[in-house]
Design a binder for this molecule. Structure first.
Ligand SMILES: [Zn+2]
Length: 85
């Protein structure tokens, strides 16, 4: 039997939860990232791709979070808020 990494979904032994220390760190940092709903809305409905990238960059920088993780979180929240099912 195998488990999959909670962060990247890679197959790992059942005794493990994450495939690497990096995934573990990313996973918990991602949980800690909080993105306000109006910010998500603004990014998807009032920004073009370039503006969206700039906004995410400065948001991540302001809070000292990884830009990639913020982007992933924003995408997840967008799915959750605006694309039910
Ligand atoms: Zn992983």
């Amino acid at each position: 039997m195998t488990n999959s990494c909670q962060c990247c979904s890679k197959k790992i032994p059942i005794s493990k939860v994450f495939c690497s220390a990096e995934c573990k760190e990313n996973f918990f940092q991602k949980i800690a990232i909080s993105v306000p709903k109006p910010f998500v809305k603004k990014l998807y409905f009032f920004c073009n791709e370039e503006q969206k990238e700039t906004e995410i960059k400065s948001f991540a920088k302001r809070h000292n979070w990884h830009e990639e993780l913020v982007l992933e979180k924003v995408e997840e929240l967008f799915q959750e808020y605006y694309k039910c099912g």
